[in-house]
Design a protein around this ligand. Structure first.
Ligand code: TMP
Length: 213
């Protein structure tokens, strides 16, 4: 049996990643493709418990390296419980975030450094990396403005100031540069239906093998 693909969606807060990745998954499932949607941090019962600790706005004392380790721990559990078994069964996994988020948010946003954050993640993921990553391209301020309009409750990271989110944005630019072969950039400032259509075409092409993987 052919393995499923491992496709991740990445982007700053407010890029529309969750809406777009869920819509793409639904459309492919309706067409009969074997695809699942999952997310990080979380995606399995244990990993979701770790997510609650990380994102709880009450955890104001959380240290940046502790945060990075918790994301990596959640990632490990999700990879072993959900991602790898699905791929081995021939199911394509669409994950709403993966290691690139840690490189951008903890590596640059928190200023820990991308190499150090990569090192702890290597322990968590061994050699498993996504086949392709759809990056929803939007600047930090536009993303934050969208969140401010759309959400009543902000999580611990949403509440960070614009300088943190700008540093995350810079981090993503470095990630895009480092992993050029893996990254597919989609303009996320466009109308949501256009963004979904473009992302859908890319993911479908990867599954069908009509786009380079
Ligand atoms: P979400 O808003 O996509 O559900 O993600 C929750 C928050 O966690 C978001 O602000 C991005 C952040 N995050 C990291 O800082 N590092 C990571 O490794 C991941 C997966 C998410």
């Amino acid at each position: 049996m052919t393995n499923g693909k491992f496709i991740t969606f990445e982007g700053p807060d407010g890029s529309g990643k969750t809406t777009v990745s869920k819509a793409v998954t639904k459309r492919l499932q309706e067409e009969g493709y074997k695809v699942i949607y999952t997310r990080e941090p979380g995606g399995s019962a244990i990993a979701e418990q770790i997510r609650s600790v990380i994102l709880d706005p009450k955890n104001t004392l959380m240290d940046g390296r502790c945060e990075a380790l918790l994301y990596a721990a959640s990632r490990r559990q999700h990879l072993i419980e959900i991602v790898l078994p699905s791929i081995e069964e021939g199911i394509t996994v669409i994950s709403d975030r993966f290691i690139d988020s840690s490189l951008a948010y903890q590596g640059c946003g928190r200023g820990i450094g991308m190499d150090e954050v990569f090192a702890i993640n290597q322990f968590a993921i061994e050699s498993y990396m996504p086949d392709k990553t759809i990056y929803l391209d939007i600047d930090a301020q536009t993303g934050l403005d969208r969140i401010a309009k759309g959400r009543d409750v902000l999580d611990r990271l949403d509440q960070e100031d614009i300088s943190f989110h700008n540093a995350v944005f810079e981090g993503y630019q470095k990630v895009i540069d480092k992993y050029q072969d893996r990254m597919i950039l989609v303009d996320a400032t466009k109308d949501v239906d256009d963004v979904i259509e473009r992302a859908y075409q890319e993911v479908k092409g990867l599954i069908d093998g009509t786009r380079e993987s």
